[in-house]
Write a protein that binds this ligand. Structure first.
Ligand code: ZN
Length: 231
């Protein structure tokens, strides 16, 4: 009888301990989450988005199979997104609006972009690029985000969804990355939108047309707005 009582008491104490540990853990997790969000709310410009047109000037980016240059397509799409967002009364800061590189070196150029994004402190920064791959058949837009950024992941999800609705054949999913310089060194949510593959002839031809650039810009704008609404 005494043995049974002892076993029952031990079990009860253990259960209470487990429950206490779990509750304390949940409480701490919630507090950490709250403090992160507060910092974000205080610091970020909630109505501002930075649009980064990748490459420029001496740096053409990828050269397409139809010989068009990534830097030019990036800028065209970026400027169209700017126009769309401004129609929605969102403040847009561009890293470049002309065919220029922000520094003499490639590393310096990336550093300048990161510096500008961190200084502006927008609710989101979207970097526009075009992809390339050795297998010419690979195509479709894909959005990248920093592995440890929940906000970046959410933004990438909204933009990818809008891009999939634009191109129903596209099966690409958002992809986490922790090595890209721009993703790694920025202090605000940043996504890289690779709008298509310049190594795929059909997609490269589409990407140089104003009409398709408008379509891509509209999808990315829609994704950005959905992300901003969700905040
Ligand atoms: Zn690029």
């Amino acid at each position: 009888m005494r043995k049974r009582l002892k076993a029952a008491t031990t079990a009860a104490v253990l259960i209470i301990l487990v429950v206490l540990c779990y509750t304390a853990g949940e409480y701490l997790r919630q507090k950490i989450q709250e403090s992160r969000e507060t910092v974000g709310d205080i610091q970020r410009n909630e109505n501002m988005v930075v649009i980064d047109a990748g490459h420029g000037g001496k740096d053409p980016g990828k050269i397409a199979v139809n010989e068009s240059l990534e830097k030019e397509i990036n800028l065209e799409i970026a400027l169209k997104i700017k126009k769309n967002l401004e129609k929605e009364n969102i403040e847009v800061v561009m890293t470049r609006t002309t065919d220029e590189r922000l520094s003499d070196t490639q590393v310096g150029d990336l550093k300048e972009r990161v510096k500008l994004i961190n200084e502006q402190n927008p609710v989101l920064a979207v970097s526009i690029h075009q992809n390339s791959y050795q297998d010419e058949s690979v195509k479709g837009p894909q959005v990248f985000y920093y592995t440890d950024s929940k906000e970046g992941e959410a933004a990438a999800g909204f933009i990818q969804k809008a891009l999939m609705e634009m191109d129903e054949e596209n099966t690409k999913q958002i992809k986490a990355n922790r090595t890209y310089y721009l993703l790694k060194n920025t202090e605000v949510p940043v996504v890289i939108a690779e709008c298509g593959f310049l190594s795929n002839y059909e997609e490269a031809e589409k990407l140089v047309s104003q009409e398709y650039q408008e379509t891509v810009a509209a999808a990315i704008t829609e994704g950005i707005l959905a992300y901003m609404d969700s905040n």
